[in-house]
Design a protein around this ligand. Structure first.
Ligand SMILES: Nc1ncnc2c1ncn2[C@@H]1O[C@H](COP(=O)(O)OP(=O)(O)O)[C@@H](O)[C@H]1O
Ligand SMILES: [Mg+2]
Length: 250
């Protein structure tokens, strides 16, 4: 459904992506993992045209999308929703008003109808009773769920989550995990989740792409990744500060 073929991207002459090959199947929860600064966010930003490839191809269904113009990208953006790492809710609007925005803009719904729909959507992420609250009145976990509800109001086929559990308390983090898993299981939505939360990775991923040195260094099921003998993968998963190569004798 989604495919990266040999994607390269540099910034100011410094290579970040050096031949990313990646595939997400319809309905799966695919995790993109790797150390900070390796290019995980850069990778998914290409899917909604926020960044453009230097070389390589990106396919969505049977359409090549990396060369599309802004206007041609518009219908693709409606089908691929992104939940950004930092909440992008408007502080001056209630949760319902925030979630209603895409309905007003893209579906041209009237405010009254959009607000009613927004309340229903907020209820599906467990925020039905908080529809009329402002973002500042809520905790990080609730704000994140509201941002997810807003991204999902247009019923995208694919949702991109950039570090959805980073900075959340464990209870909120596991709630977000359960929500992402459920959206794939219940609605058949494809999710691509950028994360370094080991608990999330091993509890909800169908498949995992481990990025290292600008490429997908390891790809497989959670079991494949967990049992990997690759020192770089092992180091990431166990969280050891140094790899076995640098610490002979341990
Ligand atoms: N728009 C940009 N301009 C210049 N450098 C960027 C830009 N976006 C990301 N980078 C750089 O690319 C590298 C990978 O970033 P990123 O994908 O955000 O890492 P992460 O894997 O932590 O998500 C970083 O060194 C970052 O500074
Ligand atoms: Mg990032």
């Amino acid at each position: 459904m989604i495919e990266f073929r040999n994607v390269h991207k540099s910034f100011g002459g410094r290579p970040v992506l050096q031949g990313i090959d990646l595939e997400a199947k319809a309905g799966e929860v695919l995790f993109i993992i790797g150390t900070s600064g390796v290019g995980k966010s850069v990778t998914i930003k290409h899917l909604i045209g926020l960044l453009r490839v230097d070389a390589g191809e990106i396919w969505f269904d049977d359409k090549r999308i990396d060369k599309l113009s802004e206007r041609e990208m518009y219908p693709i953006r409606k089908r691929i929703g992104m939940v950004f790492q930092h909440s992008t809710l408007f502080d001056s609007l209630t949760l319902a008003e925030n979630v209603a925005l895409p309905l007003r803009k893209h579906k041209r719904m009237r405010q009254r109808d959009a607000l009613a729909e927004a309340r229903t959507r907020l209820a599906t992420v467990g925020l039905g009773d908080y529809s009329d609250r402002f973002p500042a009145e809520l905790g990080d976990g609730m704000r994140k769920r509201a941002a997810i509800a807003r991204t999902l109001t247009l019923d995208p086929d694919v949702a991109l989550f950039d570090e959805p559990t980073t900075g959340l308390d464990p209870v909120s983090a596991r709630r977000i995990d359960a929500l992402i898993r459920e959206l794939s299981d219940r609605r058949g939505m494809t999710s691509i989740v950028v994360s370094h939360d080991i608990t999330s990775i091993f509890s909800i991923a169908d498949r995992i792409a481990f990025i290292y040195s600008g490429r997908v260094h390891a790809f497989g099921t959670p079991d494949d990744i967990r049992s990997s003998a690759d020192p770089v993968v092992e180091q990431f998963i166990t969280g050891r500060p140094e790899g076995p190569m640098e610490t002979p004798g341990f």
